[in-house]
Every structure is written in structure tokens, then in C-alpha cells.
Design a binder for this molecule. Structure first.
Ligand code: ADP
Ligand code: C5P
Ligand code: MG
Length: 196
């Protein structure tokens, strides 16, 4: 018996570009399950008895990318636990280590669709993250000090991954600077055109 592999869309973009916001809209409109690597890491950080709690907090506060063995296992476990078959993987792969680990552990087990790239200028990203911090996100990295590090990690480590996928013709780019409603209009068109 052949079992269909789960369909995967990677969702990438700078910190505060609106990945989470758009993913929850996609979930409401299309049959997708949203898995945010950052959310899964924050959950693992707070899990009683986790051996990775301190490490994750240090990486998050300093805008560094947690070793893929941790993140990829959280993603795989969440996929299995959901029992679902279409996933938005938000905030992953964020560097070469993430991509290599995914290719080792997961790429054969899934049906990769495309990368959604929410393209947003640095100033807008910073403003949105600071706004999120002020409106009570409780995140230890929505402050200017961490944001500088997160932006630098994004430029140095994440953009090359997006460029790699672009070279393979696998990126759907969206201008993420307009308001959330307008951005979703574009997102919706792409999902419909892709047969979802
Ligand atoms: P990401 O997951 O990419 O870090 P979020 O979806 O959490 O970004 O959005 C970051 C902040 O910006 C949140 O406070 C959110 O409400 C706000 N936001 C998201 N999209 C937009 C948008 N298109 N215009 C203005 N603010 C937005
Ligand atoms: O995507 P999000 O903004 O929630 O990510 C917050 C932080 O979680 C990142 O800055 C990084 O420290 C960590 N993270 C990671 N690896 C990922 C995604 C997020 O280490 N693939
Ligand atoms: Mg997010």
C-alpha cells in the first residue's frame, strides 16, 4: 500500500515580516497545519525536564539558529502528532545547517511544494517586532538589542538559503510591506493557482 507523503510549504522572511500572521490566515482558508519552528522551540524551552531549555533561550535571545538536530526533531514530532498531511513550516530552514539536517532527516519523507518568501524591508521588520513586544508578546527577543542580532543572522545566514531555492525556481515571493489584508490577497492567489 502506498501512503501519500505530507505536502510541505516552507515559509520564510525576516523577523516580523508577518509569517505567523499570514500562516494563521492560510490555515483558516486552506487545509493546512501551521508549524512555526520558533513556536516549537519556545515550547520546548518551557517544557519541564527539557535538556535544551537553557540552550534554546541563549540562542533565541542572541538571534542565533539552534542546531538542526533539536529543531528538525521538534518539527517531525509535531507533524506526526498532528495526524495531518499539509504543513506550513514557518521559519525553517533558516541556515545551511537547518537545510542540511532537513535533507538528511526529512526530505525523503515529504512532498516539498515551494517556499513562500515574505519580502519586507529591515526598518518595517524592526518596527513590527518592537510593536509586537510592546503589545505584550512576552518574547525575550522583541527588543532592539536582540533584533540587531536577528537581522544580521537573517542577512548572513537565511537570505542565502532563500537565494538557493530561488535558483531552483522554487520561491514564491510576496511583498510583505502592505497591510495584512492586502498581503493575504496575494497569498490567496498563489495558493489557488497552486491548486490548493
Ligand atoms: P513573523 O512571524 O514573521 O515574525 P508576525 O506575523 O508575528 O511576524 O508579525 C509581527 C508583528 O507585525 C505582529 O505584531 C503582527 O500583528 C504585525 N503584522 C503582521 N503583518 C503585518 C502587516 N502586513 N502590516 C502591519 N503589521 C503586521
Ligand atoms: O521565527 P521566530 O521569529 O519565532 O524565531 C525566533 C527565534 O527562534 C530565532 O531568532 C532563532 O533564535 C530561533 N529559531 C531557530 N531556528 C529556526 C527558527 C527559529 O533557532 N529554524
Ligand atoms: Mg513568527
Amino acid at each position: 500500500m502506498s501512503v501519500e507523503k505530507p505536502k510541505i510549504v516552507f515559509v520564510l522572511g525576516g523577523p516580523g515580516a508577518g509569517k505567523g500572521t499570514q500562516c494563521s490566515r492560510i490555515v483558516d482558508r486552506f487545509q493546512f497545519t501551521h508549524l512555526s519552528a520558533g513556536d516549537l522551540l519556545r515550547e520546548e524551552r518551557s517544557r519541564e525536564g527539557s535538556e535544551f531549555g537553557n540552550l534554546i533561550e541563549d540562542y533565541i535571545r542572541n538571534g542565533k539558529i539552534v542546531p538542526v538536530e533539536v529543531t528538525c526533531s521538534l518539527l517531525e514530532n509535531a507533524m506526526k502528532a498532528s495526524g495531518k498531511s499539509r504543513f506550513l513550516i514557518d521559519g525553517f530552514p533558516r541556515n545551511q545547517d537547518n537545510l542540511d539536517g532537513w535533507n538528511r532527516q526529512m526530505s525523503e519523507k515529504v512532498d516539498f511544494q515551494f517556499v513562500f518568501f515574505f519580502d519586507c524591508g529591515e526598518d518595517v521588520c524592526v518596527k513590527r517586532c518592537l510593536g509586537r513586544g510592546q503589545s505584550g508578546s512576552g518574547r525575550t527577543d522583541d527588543n532592539l538589542d536582540s533584533l540587531k542580532k536577528r537581522i544580521s543572522t537573517y542577512n548572513n545566514d537565511s537570505l542565502p538559503i532563500i537565494k538557493f531555492f530561488e535558483g531552483a525556481g522554487q520561491v514564491k515571493r510576496i511583498d510583505a510591506s502592505p497591510d495584512a489584508e492586502e498581503v493575504f490577497g496575494e497569498v490567496e492567489k498563489i495558493f489557488v493557482a497552486s491548486g490548493f
